[in-house]
Design a protein around this ligand. Structure first.
Ligand code: GLU
Length: 304
């Protein structure tokens, strides 16, 4: 256990010295204001011991990491029916590409790219009476944390510049794979992306994926088989068109977001979250990738 803390401390030292920090996402104006000098890492093991270093108390915009949580909620509500509307193959394309969607008749490649996440958002809008409130309640229960909230400023900022997401939603609608109003689905999607977490809250939320579907309080959210599906999708589709590189260097299922967060996990062992807002060319946190590569190399704990 002390080993985790020692390794995390040395990773943080290395990160703080690094000059290869990438660039903060600028296409969502609110995200462009964050400094790329930040770095935080938190690890929660299966026995609920916590280890952290760096800027771990600061909250950041989780962006695409939210796609895993909406998927979990949708699977809990309609089970295997999800797969009638979204596929489970890596796209090999950036998160916001539209060409495959057209070629494949409006069935998104997977639920972790934007088009797929919009279909999942549409499922939740259909299933829930008050989608945003009920989704927030779901996360609060999952994380056992009442303080988690949306950031309306970030949601608004993304709405103003969300041209590609509008295009994706309209394309899905034209193929009949979006049942609700485009504006309503996008409003839900921009809010889910605007959720703010710190690294520890992210680990608390994702604990159920290392613990066979049970959160820290012992409530069951998904079956073991559903957890397997989500973790496998994170491994093959969780890092835009760099999922192969992440598996190669880190060897864990995980999900990144353009806010600079990454959450990754080893089932039955640990869940880890990093935050550093500077992104590499593929849109993944530059220092987060470096940190997680060191973590699995130095602990010898990856799925491989
Ligand atoms: N809200 C962002 C978008 O749709 C999410 C991107 C991401 O984190 O991958 O562009």
């Amino acid at each position: 256990m002390a080993e985790f803390q020692r390794i995390i401390n040395s990773i943080t030292k290395r990160a703080n010295k690094s000059t290869d920090r990438g660039n903060v996402a600028a296409y969502i104006p609110e995200l462009a204001c964050v400094s790329n000098q930040k770095f935080g890492i938190h690890l929660l093991d299966i026995k609920k011991s916590n280890f952290s270093a760096g800027d771990v108390d600061e909250q950041f915009s989780i962006q695409s990491i939210s796609k895993v949580i909406t998927l979990a909620m949708a699977m809990g509500l309609i089970g295997e029916q999800v797969w009638q509307r979204v596929d489970v193959e890596p796209s090999g394309d950036p998160f916001n590409h539209l060409s495959l969607l057209e070629q494949e008749n409006g069935i998104p490649r997977n639920p972790l790219i934007n088009a797929g996440a919009l279909v999942i958002a549409d499922i939740l809008v259909s299933q829930l009476k008050n989608p945003k409130d009920e989704f927030l309640d779901y996360i609060k229960k999952l994380a056992d944390d009442e303080t988690i909230s949306f950031n309306p400023k970030v949601a608004k900022s993304e709405k103003i510049t969300g041209f590609r997401n509008y295009a994706a939603a309209n394309l899905l609608k034209s193929y009949g794979n979006l049942k609700n109003d485009v504006e309503v689905v996008l409003d839900f999607y921009f809010h889910q992306c605007s959720l703010e977490f710190n690294c520890k809250q992210l680990c608390n939320t994702f604990y159920f994926l290392i613990n066979r579907g049970e959160c820290q309080r012992g409530n069951t959210f998904l079956t073991i088989s559903q957890v397997k599906r989500i973790n496998s999708l994170m491994l093959t589709c969780g890092f835009y068109d760099e999922a192969g590189e992440f598996a190669f260097r880190v060897g864990l299922p995980g999900k990144s977001g353009v806010g600079g967060g990454i959450v990754a996990l080893l089932p039955n062992e640990y869940c880890v979250a990093t935050w550093s807002p500077g992104l590499n060319k593929k849109g993944n946190s530059a220092l987060g990738m470096m940190a997680l590569e060191h973590l699995t190399t130095e602990t010898g704990l990856s799925i491989f």
